[in-house]
Design a protein around this ligand. Structure first.
Ligand code: MLT
Length: 322
C-alpha cells in the first residue's frame, strides 16, 4: 500500500499537478503609477475592492510615481509573470510615454493586455480667481497673461500633459506645465489657487466643480457628460474639435499564463457589471467600456491603434524630459 501511495505522489509531482497551486493564493498588487488621491488611484481602488469578491484575495494598491507614470509601469513590467502584479494605466502611461521616454521596457512586447476599463473626457478647469465665466473668456484671460499661464499635470507623458499639449495646439496658447506626482496633488494646488488651470480627467475634478472650489469651462467631447449636464462641450464653448477621451486599462507582465489573464479579465468585467460600482464610476463622469471591447485582445488592438494615433502629435511636440 505504502509503495502505491509513493508512486501516486511521484506521478503527481511529475505531472506538476502538485506544484500548480490555486490562483490566487495570496494578495494581488495593482501598481498605480500616480499618487494616491488621483483619478487612477480612485478607479483602481474601486475596481480592486470589487474584484476581491470574485477572486477571493485582496487587491493591494501600490502607488509607484514619477516620470509621467513610466516608473510605475516599469516596476510592473519587470515583475514576475505570476499574476500577482497588475499594471494599471491609461492613454498616457501605456501609449504617450513610449513617444517621450527612453523606456527600459516595451509597452507592447513586455506587457500582456488584460482588459479595457472605464473612460472619461478631459475637463478644462481653472482656479476660482480667474475672472472668466465661459471658455471664450478663459481663453482671452490666458492670452492676456504676461507669462505663459500655469497648467498642472501628472508629469510629461501623463494624460493631463497630453491634453495640455493638445490644448496648446488647438488654442495657440502656450502653457507652462507644472508636473506633479498625480493630478490628485495638482488639483489640491488648483483649489488653493497656486496654479491657473488643469486639463484634467473629468472623474478627478468633477466633485470640486460641484463644490464650487474650482471653475469648469468645457469637456473634451462632442456630447455632454451625463452626470455633469451643465458643463458644455468644447464644440459648444468655442474650442471645436478638441476631443480627447482618457481610457484606462489593466496589463500584466509578458508571459503571465493565459488562464490567469482570463481570471483577472473575468473579475474586472464582473466588477464593471456590478450596478453599485457602475453608479460610483458613472457619478464621476466615467463610462463603462463597450461590451464588445472587453477581451484582452481588444485592449491590445486598441492600445496599438492609439499609439498610431497619438505618437505623431506627441513626437512633433518635441517634449523634453529631464
Ligand atoms: C493623468 O493625468 O495622467 C492622470 O489623471 C494622473 C492621475 O491619475 O493621477
Amino acid at each position: 500500500m505504502r509503495r502505491l501511495v509513493l508512486a501516486a505522489l511521484a506521478m503527481l509531482a511529475l505531472t506538476g499537478i502538485a506544484s500548480a497551486e490555486k490562483y490566487p493564493s495570496h494578495p494581488i498588487t495593482i501598481v498605480v503609477p500616480f499618487a494616491a488621491g488621483g483619478p487612477s488611484d480612485a478607479m483602481a481602488r474601486i475596481l480592486g475592492e470589487r474584484m476581491k469578491q470574485s477572486l477571493g484575495e485582496v487587491f493591494l494598491i501600490e502607488n509607484v510615481t514619477g516620470a509621467g507614470g513610466s516608473i510605475g509601469v516599469g516596476r510592473a513590467a519587470r515583475a514576475a509573470p505570476d499574476g500577482y502584479t497588475v499594471s494599471f494605466g491609461h492613454l498616457g502611461t501605456h501609449v504617450a510615454n513610449g513617444a517621450i521616454y527612453k523606456l527600459g521596457y516595451d509597452l507592447v512586447d513586455d506587457l500582456e493586455p488584460v482588459v479595457l476599463l472605464p473612460s472619461n473626457p478631459m475637463i478644462i478647469v481653472s482656479k476660482n480667481a480667474v475672472p472668466a465665466k465661459s471658455l471664450k473668456e478663459l481663453l482671452a484671460w490666458l492670452k492676456s497673461r504676461p507669462e505663459p499661464p500655469t497648467a498642472g499635470t501628472a508629469g510629461a507623458g501623463s494624460g493631463s500633459h497630453i491634453a495640455g499639449l493638445y490644448f496648446e495646439n488647438v488654442s495657440g496658447i502656450k502653457l507652462q506645465f507644472v508636473p506633479y506626482r498625480g493630478t490628485g496633488p495638482a488639483l489640491n494646488d488648483l483649489v488653493a489657487g497656486q496654479i491657473d488651470i488643469i486639463i484634467d480627467q473629468t472623474s478627478n475634478s468633477i466633485n470640486q466643480v460641484r463644490a464650487g472650489t474650482i471653475r469648469a469651462y468645457a469637456v473634451t467631447d462632442s456630447k455632454r457628460v451625463e452626470n455633469a449636464p451643465d458643463i458644455p462641450t468644447v464644440d459648444e464653448a468655442g474650442l471645436p474639435g478638441l476631443h480627447m477621451t482618457l481610457w484606462s486599462g489593466l496589463w500584466v507582465p509578458k508571459g503571465t499564463p493565459k488562464e490567469i489573464v482570463a481570471q483577472l479579465n473575468a473579475a474586472a468585467i464582473e466588477a464593471m457589471s456590478d450596478p453599485a460600482v457602475q453608479k460610483q464610476l458613472e457619478n464621476l463622469g466615467l463610462q463603462m467600456p463597450p461590451k464588445d471591447q472587453l477581451t484582452p485582445e481588444a485592449l491590445g488592438a486598441w492600445q496599438k491603434a492609439e499609439i498610431a494615433k497619438w505618437w505623431p502629435m506627441i513626437k512633433a511636440a518635441n517634449v523634453k524630459v529631464d
